[in-house]
Design a protein around this ligand. Structure first.
Ligand code: IPM
Ligand code: MG
Length: 368
């Protein structure tokens, strides 16, 4: 048997720092759980631009297509703000998503008990929260044509196009219904069918998929603006939410803050099954490159570590090991071992990124 393969693209800003902690955990699984991965590393984002003049080299794209899973850190930073749009760090990430056809982006928002005080919402509204946002990731206004900035009647006009085909809606809806079936059995679909034709189609197709194959799931529909409001009013009413690329981008940042820190949120981006039966997959923290704290040992590696836990669960069929890792992170937080983003008003001494990683390893050890 050959080892499963991973491509690590640590990227920019705090990406390499948080990914270094994931490397320790990958090594631990090799040594202690007989789960050895063949790991290669490469560049993405500004780091790739610095070396190759493009945010993702073709060779890196080809490698990403071959491995069992890609782990990505973060892309972007002020040094790249003035680059031409076509070579901005974010283009590297969007190319990976598009060419790997990672249409289903899972963004779980879970509020660990130890962190309920850190949410900007009242504790009783978020304590015990466990929702899953499924964001369509390869279509919609992020990729629709026509797009661009042109001159019309002597002034500049910016155009982007929201476009969805039935099959694009149906496949992401299916992945969301499947998740709902494994979780609380409820799915809420969000769009703006009141103002957008693409929203009308979205609602129709989700309804059809439901009637055909998922009538055991409780389906509801909500306008996305109301959804944003409900997420902060009463987030625990939701189990799984499915929505388009742009609404999903916005709603998932909103859901992230319910959990206390953007440094806690992992994500999985999944596509169609490969020849070996595993889905095409990329795992990345929801947070960005955080240039303001880069290189200071302040970054919270939890989101990146929890993204690796999602890899164990969704790519490698190691649900028990994923749970072990999630519980290790939860235990460390409950013990009060925290990076600066999670220090309370009454202080305490924060740990560094690397100390946080070591504490998770210690908790993994203790779990054996
Ligand atoms: C995200 C990010 C990306 C997006 C950026 C970095 C291109 O905000 O993954 O949510 O807009 O999708
Ligand atoms: Mg975003």
């Amino acid at each position: 048997m050959t080892n499963p393969t991973l491509l690590i693209l640590a990227g920019d800003g705090i990406g390499p720092e948080v990914m270094a902690e994931v490397r320790k955990i990958i090594d631990w699984y090799g040594e202690k759980r007989d789960l050895t991965f063949d790991v290669t590393e490469d560049l993405v984002g500004g780091a790739a631009y610095d070396k190759h003049g493009v945010p993702l080299h073709d060779d890196t794209m080809a490698k990403a297509q071959e491995v069992d899973a890609v782990l990505l850190g973060a892309v972007g930073g002020p040094a790249y703000d003035d680059l031409d749009f076509s070579v901005k760090p974010e283009r590297g990430l969007l190319r990976l998503r598009k060419e790997m056809d990672l249409y289903s982006n899972l963004r779980p928002a879970q509020c660990f008990d130890a962190l309920a005080d850190f949410s900007s919402l009242k504790k009783d509204i978020v304590a015990g929260l466990d929702i899953m946002i499924v964001r369509e990731l390869t279509s919609g206004v992020y990729f629709g044509e026509p797009r661009g900035i042109s001159i019309v009647d002597n002034e500049r006009v910016g155009v982007n196009t929201q476009r969805y085909t039935e099959s694009e809606i149906a496949r992401v809806a299916r992945s969301a219904f499947e998740l709902a079936r494994k979780r609380g059995g409820k799915l809420c679909s969000m769009e703006k069918a009141n103002v957008m034709e693409s929203g009308i189609l979205w609602r129709d197709v989700v309804t059809e998929v439901h009637a055909a194959d998922y009538s055991d799931i409780e389906l509801s529909h909500m306008y996305a603006d109301n959804g944003a409001m409900q997420l902060v009013r009463n987030p625990k009413q939701f189990d799984v939410i499915v929505t388009d690329n742009l609404f999903g981008d916005i709603l998932s940042d909103c859901a992230a803050m319910l959990t206390g820190s953007l440094g806690m949120l992992p994500s999985a981006s999944l596509g169609a099954p490969m020849a070996n039966g595993r889905p095409k997959a990329m795992y990345e923290p929801v947070h960005g490159s955080a240039p303001d704290i880069t290189g200071q040992g302040k970054a919270n590696p939890s989101a990146c570590i929890l993204s690796f836990a999602m890899a164990l669960r969704y790519s490698f069929d190691q649900g028990d090991e994923a749970t072990r890792l999630e519980q290790a992170v939860e235990k460390v937080l409950a013990d009060g071992i925290r990076t600066p983003d999670l220090m309370g008003i009454d202080g305490g001494t924060p740990v560094t990124t690397s100390q946080m990683g070591d504490a998770v390893i210690a908790a993994l050890e203790a779990s054996l």
